[in-house]
Design a protein around this ligand. Structure first.
Ligand SMILES: Nc1ncnc2c1ncn2[C@@H]1O[C@H](COP(=O)(O)OP(=O)(O)OP(=O)(O)O)[C@@H](O)[C@H]1O
Length: 269
């Protein structure tokens, strides 16, 4: 989808002034967020910024205290996880919720077997291969138990499983946490292919490199509030400053030093 078309289209999901209060703690305070078809919106913020709370509100685990959530232009209330899925919001939580002893096909179709009365193994296997093929996902065999897959492959299976629900929005909570370099690249490629299929993707991440590599927009939360929206060209310093609320801190100083060294090395060559 061309960039203009994405930017111009109406948002699938639009949050206005979403607030969540837990007793004396205001976890989210007036959050605005928009997600369109075919775009990756990264949600970043320090520990306690409110990312998990927002994910839980959008996945129907928590209810918001105030504010509005619109889905395809109509105000909705996402009061249960089932309601989120019915609307078309799928979430891949950090724990992935896969069954280690079952194979890839069984995990993909867990709870939504093709025929509730008689498991149609062949049809499920064909659909599993088709989906994995469309996403160019690298899974050795769909009959492989989850226990024998790598972290990146597990993440792939969890993402594919949520795509079988045919969501308009897919939320990925820290999909590259704990992954090595090659597996991270594989998962980020998958995120791009999911976007190219026209889904809106919300990517929660702590990793600024990952975020800048795939996000069309980067939304920063700080202490439960919006603290800036950036394009993928944002520098590490700009993002760190928005995340921490300060321009001069050790993380941005180190990042700046690294950038200076890289520039100097480039000039010396
Ligand atoms: N169930 C709860 N009861 C009380 N306070 C909560 C609850 N859940 C979250 N909070 C508080 O809300 C704030 C936001 O927390 P949240 O977990 O959403 O942040 P986060 O950005 O996801 O951080 P992390 O990266 O550490 O998971 C924190 O101050 C947290 O202590």
């Amino acid at each position: 989808m061309p960039a203009e078309a994405v930017g111009d289209s109406a948002p699938i999901l639009k949050l206005s002034g979403v607030t969540k209060v837990f007793g004396a703690v205001t976890a989210l305070d007036g959050i605005d967020l928009e997600v369109r078809r075919g775009e990756v919106v990264a949600l970043v913020g320090d520990n306690g910024a409110g990312k998990s709370t927002l994910v839980k509100i959008l996945s129907g685990v928590h209810s918001k205290t105030s504010g509005t959530i619109e889905f395809n232009g109509a105000e909705v209330s996402i009061d249960t996880p089932g309601r989120a899925i019915d609307l078309g919001i799928a979430t891949v939580f950090q724990d992935l919720a896969l069954c280690e002893n079952l194979d890839v096909v069984a995990n993909l179709f867990l709870g939504q077997e093709v025929n509730a009365w008689r498991l149609n193994e062949v049809e499920m296997e064909v659909r599993a291969w088709k989906l994995l093929g469309e996403l160019a996902a690298r899974i050795p065999s769909v009959r492989e138990p989850i226990a024998s897959l790598s972290g990146g492959q597990r993440q792939t299976v969890a993402i594919c499983r949520s795509l079988l629900l045919d969501p308009e929005i897919i939320m990925l909570d820290e999909p590259t946490a704990a992954l090595g370099v090659a597996q991270t690249a594989e998962v980020l490629n998958l995120v791009e292919r999911v976007r190219d299929r026209g889904h809106g993707v919300i990517l929660i991440s702590h990793n600024m490199e990952d975020v800048r590599a795939v996000a069309d927009r980067i939304v920063v939360l700080r202490l439960g509030r919006n603290n800036g929206t950036f394009g993928p060209e944002a520098t590490q310093e700009e993002l760190v400053a928005a995340i921490t609320g300060a321009t001069d801190n050790s993380v941005s100083r180190r990042a700046g030093k690294r950038q200076d060294e890289t520039t100097a090395a480039g000039e010396a060559r």
